[in-house]
Ligand binder design. Structure first.
Ligand SMILES: Nc1nc2c(ncn2[C@@H]2O[C@H](COP(=O)(O)OP(=O)(O)O)[C@@H](O)[C@H]2O)c(=O)[nH]1
Ligand SMILES: [Mg+2]
Length: 247
C-alpha cells in the first residue's frame, strides 16, 4: 500500500518526460504512488504516460483532463484524486525532474521525524557544495519575485515557486486544495496564504512553524519551460490579487 502520493502535472511533455527514470523509481519504491495529470496536452503526452502506466504494476496512474486548465488546477485535481484517507503524505513534483525523484523520500523522512511539520518545500538555495543550476536571468527575476511574495505573505519564505512540495495528509492540508485557485501561476503562494488563514485559528497551522523549506542538494533548470516573460508580468498582478483576497 502506497504511503506517499505524488502528482506530476504535465502539459505537452512528450519530449521531456524521462520515462525510464520514472519507471525505475516506481519499481524501487512500492510506498510511493505517482499520479500524472495530463492537462489537455496537444502532443503525444497522454500516450507516453499511458505507456508508463502499463509497465508500472499499478504504481503509476494517469488522470486525463480534456481541456488545458493550467498547472494550478491540474495539481489541485490530482490532489483531490490521490489524497485519500490511505496515504500519509501527498505532494507535487515538476515532471521535467528539475528536482530529482530521489528527494521524495528525504522530504517524507522530515515529516516523519518532525510531527509539527505539515509541509516540506524544496528550496533552490545556491550554496557551495550543491548543484543548483539556474539561468542567471531567471535566478535574479526569481529572487525579486520571491521577496515580493514574502512581503505579501508576511512570511520569511525564501522560495515559494520550486515545483517540489510534500504535504502531510490532514484535513487542513486537503482543505487548502478544496476550491480552485485564483491564480494560474502562483498557486504555491496561494497555498501558503490558505494555510496562513488556518493558522490564525489553529496554532498547528502557523506557517512560520508548520512549513519547512528544505535546501535542495541538486536542482537543474531543464530547457523547454512553458513559463514565458509575459507570464512573469501576469504573475505580478496575480500576487496583488492574492494579497487582497487573503488579507
Ligand atoms: N497541468 C499543467 N501542467 C503544466 C502547465 N504548464 C506547465 N506545467 C507543468 O508544470 C511543470 C513545470 O513546468 P515548466 O514549464 O518546466 O516551468 P518552470 O520549470 O517553472 O519554468 C511541468 O511538470 C509542466 O508540465 C499547464 O498548463 N498545465
Ligand atoms: Mg521546469
Amino acid at each position: 500500500m502506497a504511503r506517499h502520493a505524488i502528482i506530476g502535472p504535465c502539459f505537452t511533455e512528450e519530449r521531456r518526460l524521462q520515462t525510464e527514470r520514472f519507471l525505475a523509481f516506481a519499481a524501487a519504491h512500492e510506498d510511493v504512488h505517482l499520479l500524472f495529470v495530463d492537462d489537455g496536452s496537444t502532443d503525444g503526452t497522454r500516450a507516453v504516460l499511458e505507456g508508463m502506466q502499463a509497465k508500472a504494476d499499478g504504481r503509476i496512474d494517469v488522470l486525463v483532463l480534456e481541456q488545458n486548465g493550467g498547472k494550478a488546477e491540474a495539481v489541485r485535481r490530482g490532489v483531490r484524486h490521490a489524497a485519500t484517507g490511505a496515504v500519509e503524505t501527498f505532494g507535487y513534483w515538476d515532471a521535467d525532474l528539475s528536482t530529482p525523484l530521489d528527494q521524495i523520500l528525504p522530504f517524507a523522512d522530515l515529516l516523519d521525524e518532525r510531527p509539527e511539520l505539515l509541509v516540506v518545500m524544496g528550496s533552490r538555495v545556491k550554496l557551495l557544495g550543491r548543484a543548483i543550476e539556474r539561468q542567471a536571468a531567471r535566478h535574479y527575476l526569481g529572487r525579486v519575485f520571491a521577496t515580493c511574495a514574502s512581503l505579501v505573505l508576511r512570511l520569511p519564505v525564501y522560495d515559494t515557486q520550486c515545483g517540489a512540495k510534500l504535504f502531510r495528509n490532514t484535513h487542513g492540508t486537503r482543505w487548502a486544495f478544496r476550491t480552485p485557485f485564483l491564480s494560474r501561476w502562483l498557486f504555491d503562494v496561494e497555498l501558503l496564504a490558505r494555510l496562513g488563514l488556518l493558522g490564525k485559528r489553529r496554532a498547528a497551522y502557523d506557517t512560520h512553524t508548520c512549513v519547512y523549506e528544505k535546501p535542495l542538494p541538486v536542482w537543474r533548470d531543464i530547457a523547454g519551460s512553458k513559463l514565458k516573460l509575459r507570464d512573469w508580468v501576469k504573475a505580478s498582478w496575480e500576487l496583488v490579487r492574492i494579497g487582497c483576497r487573503y488579507r
